[in-house]
Design a protein around this ligand. Structure first.
Ligand code: UT7
Length: 332
């Protein structure tokens, strides 16, 4: 096999809609308290879209934000991969909508459905196309409008989720020491029963009945998802580190999916990683599904906790169940 091209993330952009839903707002909507949410989950506020805004709009805004810090000709984009479970509609794909809205003429693209692992799966897919030498510029986007499928009377669900998006640009790495090193991933479909949206697909197409039965909302067995997430997040991070003869001590920055502060700290604990190396921004954004990892990357950069040359470990667990981890050296 010919030598694979090393791939780097060369730019990042994010977007969250301006409207805030705070714990104080939620206290007026369901039986909950700021103290319970902060203690059990670690969220203070989340951003929600206004009516008429879809996942493709957040994705486009994230790409425009990326262009501000890293201007380049979008016509050079060879491929757009979008991780989302809240596409604007069943079809066309969000990638097609994003391509059209950005006016990119000669490109290819598709969506990846992997729940909260959506960005990670899209990233690993995009990497393969640059690694093989087939493409030179790939846009990888994670975008979710969770408020579109949230039952705002279900207190165990509506407190967790927010809306948001992030985008990265993948390019060949000139510096052989930088870029993506490895990834691991696994799906376990037995988890489908614990986190799913039953309505609106081919099995239960929309009817008055499906709406009355709240089938177009997130159905979550929080306890089982929590237990699996803690176990699997540790397993995937330990697996990728061992595969590369590394330990938690070698990692400079750890970014995991942001679903519950306690899941993140439990994983860091098992890896023996001090909290200074762990990026947690769930307090400000909640769980934005495919948006969390790039938004947390932005937080890490803004806080000066992710720098060129740093060994970055990324991990996610999501609906499916899906899980994965990626190891890379930050390249800019
Ligand atoms: O990205 C993947 C997506 N999802 C996740 O990763 C979610 C993982 N799960 C979790 O984060 C947690 O399981 C939840 C935050 C969903 C729930 O927290 P918990 O500590 O596991 O609570 P629980 O389900 O064990 O419920 C304990 C109690 C229950 O009351 P009773 O039956 O003991 O009287 C719940 O009804 O807490 C109650 N409860 C609440 N109380 C106040 C559930 N939600 C709330 C709430 N405010 N918002």
């Amino acid at each position: 096999m010919s030598q694979l091209q090393r791939v780097k993330i060369s730019a990042l952009g994010t977007y969250v809609p301006p409207r805030l839903l705070t714990n104080a707002d939620l206290e007026k909507m369901v039986e909950t308290t700021n103290e319970w949410i902060m203690e059990r989950v670690g969220i203070r506020e989340r951003h929600l879209v206004d009516k008429g805004v879809g996942a493709s709009d957040l994705a486009v805004a994230a790409v425009k934000n990326l262009l501000e810090s890293h201007p380049f000709d979008l016509q050079e984009v060879d491929l757009i991969v979008v991780g989302t479970v809240t596409p604007d509609m069943m079809y066309p794909s969000t990638a097609c909508l994003v391509q059209h809205k950005l006016g990119i003429k000669n490109t290819w693209g598709f969506d990846v459905s992997a729940g909260c692992s959506g960005f990670l799966y899209a990233l690993n897919t995009g990497v393969k196309f640059v690694e093989s030498g087939q493409y030179r510029k790939v846009l990888v986007i994670g975008s979710d409008v969770n408020s579109s499928m949230t039952d705002f009377t279900d207190r165990a669900v509506c407190i967790i989720f927010g809306d948001g998006a992030g985008a990265v640009l993948l390019e060949p790495a000139e510096d052989q020491d930088g870029g993506v090193i490895d990834h691991v991933a696994q799906i376990e479909g037995m988890g489908g029963q614990y986190l799913y949206m039953p309505g609106g697909g081919s099995l239960n197409p929309a009817t008055h009945e499906t709406v009355d039965q709240k089938m177009h909302y997130i159905h979550q067995d929080g306890k089982n998802v929590f237990k699996y997430a803690v176990k699997k997040m540790s397993e995937m991070t330990e697996r990728i580190l061992a595969k590369n003869n590394l330990t938690g001590k070698d990692v400079d920055c750890f970014i995991s999916h942001q679903a519950n502060r306690r899941i993140i700290t439990a994983t860091a604990d098992r890896l023996g990683m001090p909290l200074e190396k762990v990026i947690i921004n769930i307090e400000r954004y909640g769980n934005t599904t495919a948006g969390t990892i790039p938004i947390a990357m932005q937080t890490a950069l803004e806080e000066g906790r992710l720098k060129k040359g740093d060994l970055l470990l990324i991990a996610a667990v999501g609906a499916g169940f899906t899980s994965g981890a990626t190891l890379l050296r930050w390249a800019y």
